[in-house]
Design a binder for this molecule. Sequence first.
Ligand SMILES: C[S@@+](CC[C@H](N)C(=O)[O-])C[C@H]1O[C@@H](n2cnc3c(N)ncnc32)[C@H](O)[C@@H]1O
Length: 241
Amino acid sequence: MELFDPRLYGARWAENYDEWHKGLMDDEGAVATLFDLAGGGPVLEFAVGTGRLAVPLAERGAEVVGVDISPEMLAKLAEKSPSVTTVEADMTTVSLGREFALVYIAFNSIFALETQEAQVELFRNAAAHLRPGGQFVLETAVVRPPSGERGQLAVTDIQADRVTMVGGTNDPVTGQQKGMWLVLEPDGPKFFPICGRQVSHFEMDLMAQLAGLRLESRRGDWKGAPFTAKSELHISTYRKP
Ligand SMILES: C[S@@+](CC[C@H](N)C(=O)[O-])C[C@H]1O[C@@H](n2cnc3c(N)ncnc32)[C@H](O)[C@@H]1O
């Protein structure tokens, strides 16, 4: 598979995704916020992955549909719970023929898309799946302008027989990123790519306008912290009029 093939991520990450992401993010805060925003209505998650958020949201009583392009990630979700209806498809083009109270995409997953055009299509497709008054929520890291410097590999974990290194490059012209978790083990190196295009919250606001959505709120975390110049994360909510 090519580096930018959207199925590559799941093919490489699915086996270890849950173990490696356990406790890294505020899953509880995210699920509580999304549950409240849905207000009892049906929910659609784009790039649902292994159901890190969708499964607890569904187990709390929400009706959740999850779309993902990776059969391996969806297989892991299915092993965990039958409570989420899943659809293997591209989130920029899928058409489910119904409307939702809430559509969301978490954990930088909009960055998985390689081009600005695809990201605009994602906003349009979210809007197409929202009922009037419904909301589209995105969670991403705050994007600072890329410096164009060469990426460096940093050691992030050392075990008796395993070293994990993480690094990447970010193209200042296109915003495209090529990232890699490199795991060195006795039987050889293993490669876990994270590729796509970063998009700032300013650019997202414009994408939302193109899709007929308007910014409702922007917070600095899932507990509702104010979004400030120091925020590393943003949770942005757009409403369909
Ligand atoms: C970082 S994972 C996030 C998974 C999950 N949302 C979470 O928060 O744990 C990104 C997911 O995006 C999916 N993905 C990438 N490109 C996609 C596309 N064009 N359409 C649907 N899913 C896509 C990958 O297969 C992967 O499961």
